[in-house]
Design a protein around this ligand. Sequence first.
Ligand SMILES: CC(C)(COP(=O)(O)OP(=O)(O)OC[C@H]1O[C@@H](n2cnc3c(N)ncnc32)[C@H](O)[C@@H]1OP(=O)(O)O)[C@@H](O)C(=O)NCCC(=O)NCCS
Length: 409
Amino acid sequence: MSLTLRPMTEGDWSDWIAVDEEAFGAPIPPHREERFKENTEFERSLGAYDGDLLVGATAVFSFTMTVPGGPIPVGGVTAVGVLPSHRRRGVLTALMTRQLADLHERGEAVAALYASEAVIYGRFGYGRAADTMTFDIPRSGGAFVPHAPADPSLRLRIVRPAEAREVFEKVFDAALGSRPGLYARTPARWDGVLGDHEADQGGAGPLRAVVAEDDGGPRGYALFRIKADWTGNNLPDGELRLKEVFGLDPAAYALLWRHLLDRDLVSRIKAWNRPADDPLIHLLADARQLNAGWLDDLWVRVVDVERALPARRYSAPVDVVIEVEDAVCPWNARRWRLSADVSGARCTPVDDAADLVLPVSVLGAAYLGGRPLAALQAAGVVREARAGAVRELSAAMAWDPAPCAGLIF
Ligand SMILES: CC(C)(COP(=O)(O)OP(=O)(O)OC[C@H]1O[C@@H](n2cnc3c(N)ncnc32)[C@H](O)[C@@H]1OP(=O)(O)O)[C@@H](O)C(=O)NCCC(=O)NCCS
């Protein structure tokens, strides 16, 4: 196989879709293909060719993503697929290596992705940076703690999702800066969130929405579907499937969840993409009723250590020398002094002795503030050369709230 790599053009679109469909073993419905095309920046795509045959592909979305301290540009890596006839012959390795070099050249210091399988991207320097919880709550387990917040000025309004898009956008944009991992949505991205073709419904009926508001305007919303069902004995057995819920304050958030947990004829509430510190954990009187599962959300790659580390804020002052191991992006592989205080952070190349040694995937895992370095040290992934250095960097990189994008791209 003689492999060449080049960005794809609109003329390559049908070949690209064919590779993705074959790689994922599933057809892409026409409306999803259209949305994907609207979001695609062809100049940021990359195709791998064996002669004239497209055998692998990937692309990058130019995201603005919240990281600790504010928004930064982040490369959202997507649509990774290799033709099954060409798998395990280094096509992905070639694509990843070139894509990271392109990101570096472009000055995009951080990349993020969702992984179809958790074992794929660590070797390319991505670290599991954000977790997501799945909830499966029986309706009978939805009681709140006695001191749950309530605000009599709040009211709920059932809306048709297609008619309330501006309300959702207003709430989401207000929430965007509050949690690392959230990324700004283009109109085409919103089309995807509010997409309601039969293929989007998964047998659970049309998208439904409720808004929490007061006289001053919206303070939150929830998007969900309800799969209505009945047991053999004619008892209600509906399932509410949550798509997303944002509340701009505790009372609005609690009221939205009260609504989701109290819908008549629903016997369980399922959610797939909740942040690891979801306030619902503390609102429910019995958090065991969440029947929570634990999955990976975003994987993050520090593409350029020198630019990425000063681009975020730190929770505590820190001054450490970090030796970074990075076989894929050799410009990162050296010792760096990270100094951060209230005035900001600096990262400079140094020859000083290292305080700690870590693979670049660890910096990615910790970048959004949700992965304590001490746990990675206990796993033997981070090596401490000066006593206390791991704790110092861990405390500085930790951030509240926990990161979560909650929306696959
Ligand atoms: C995942 C995928 C892109 C890998 O492509 P590929 O060209 O076979 O990968 P490479 O040959 O470059 O593999 C590089 C290394 O990763 C390993 N690897 C790649 N995919 C893997 C997987 N799914 N599970 C375990 N190991 C995997 C390979 O074994 C190889 O290891 P080695 O260097 O020790 O030999 C391809 O299998 C695919 O298209 N899968 C289906 C679609 C998909 O899941 N895409 C990812 C979306 S996030």
